[in-house]
Write a protein that binds this ligand. Sequence first.
Ligand SMILES: Cc1cc2nc3c(=O)[nH]c(=O)nc-3n(C[C@H](O)[C@H](O)[C@H](O)COP(=O)(O)OP(=O)(O)OC[C@H]3O[C@@H](n4cnc5c(N)ncnc54)[C@H](O)[C@@H]3O)c2cc1C
Length: 379
Amino acid sequence: MFGLTEEQRIMKETVRKLAIEKLEPRASAIDRDGEFPWDILKILGENGLLQLPMPEKYGGIDADTKTLCMVVEELARFCTTSSTLVCIQGSNIKVISKGGNEEQKDRFFKGLSSGDRITAFALTEPGAGSDVGSMKTRAILEGDTYILNGTKCFISCGEVADYIPLFALTDPEKRLKGGVSAFILEKETPGFRIGKSEEKMGARGVPASELIFEDAKIPKENLLGEPGEGLNIALSAINLTRLTVGSQAIGIAQGALDYAVGYTKQRVQFGKPIATYQGIQFKLADMAIQLEASRSLLYRTAFMADEGDAGVEGLSSMAKCYASDVAVNVTLEAVKALGGYGYMKEYPVERRMRDAISCLFMEGTGEIQRLNIARYLLK
Ligand SMILES: Cc1cc2nc3c(=O)[nH]c(=O)nc-3n(C[C@H](O)[C@H](O)[C@H](O)COP(=O)(O)OP(=O)(O)OC[C@H]3O[C@@H](n4cnc5c(N)ncnc54)[C@H](O)[C@@H]3O)c2cc1C
């Protein structure tokens, strides 16, 4: 990969070794059982991967976007769940870094690096997915407490999280123009409960939960930033999260390509390994072309994000959109390269295909990314 420092190269090798030895062996069982893997969280914590973007002062390494993407990609190549946990924790650390005051950072960063505590991010609602502005969850200040009513859905890690950056309307008239505020929800909050836990097609190690608020009481000191700054706080990490989801898609697809290459060299039909047939070679080559193109776009954008380049907004949408489309295509081609075996759970490409599909929706669908890109082009 272009432009890696010696430190980043060593880190990539170390993460790969860890993923092969400790994470990949668990990937299939995590997918089968659909249970949250506390053991994996612990391993990620012990190896310093849960607090990468946290400022050094709080125990992190202040990792740049490129480093985070590189780690996520390497993990996703072997175990999607591991990469998702690093993505979620990384983006929430960014959100708290942006919106939190010193006291909040001291409180909420505690335990995140070791994996003793975990976060989630709650924006989506049953009636407000792509259209965030139609959010209904309402927070009303009464004395020193915000009273919350509403429902969030599809929240990754929602049911296991200790702290959840959460977005609610404090001024319904203003909506996205200063009407949304950001809070940190703690799991013991009175009036807060977990609703439905979704049965997902893929990415099954990370639960997607409904969060229900019935006169939930959030203390005023858990407001992030000023009232009405919620949207800016949510968007403060958007380029990073689009890029980490994109790098996850690339890692998942790379894992499928690796497996397809090995399989086609072994599988004999018509007296020869199928990898000797040009039809299979073209398929593998096309998968590799798409992957390298999406990787180039993604790391170029990550590099620009680290340089503070203004053009990154349109590019991060392009990188996320393209990488997730490529991942779905490459993983499907890998399934096809294995023939009927590719369709069987015993072979780890169908899992990767199901996992890749989740990348289409996280951090906004392809259509919404295309709208962002067009907005950027036309402004
Ligand atoms: C695996 C997974 C994990 C998730 N994790 C989280 C999480 O941790 N926190 C969180 O807050 N949310 C999370 N989400 C929710 C995710 O962000 C939403 O699913 C996504 O934003 C799309 O919203 P929606 O599902 O309501 O679809 P809708 O917005 O209803 O969209 C339905 C379809 O209409 C299209 N569409 C909508 N508007 C337009 C338009 N203007 N022009 C063209 N097409 C349009 C969409 O692209 C899509 O194809 C997660 C979702 C999934 C699948």
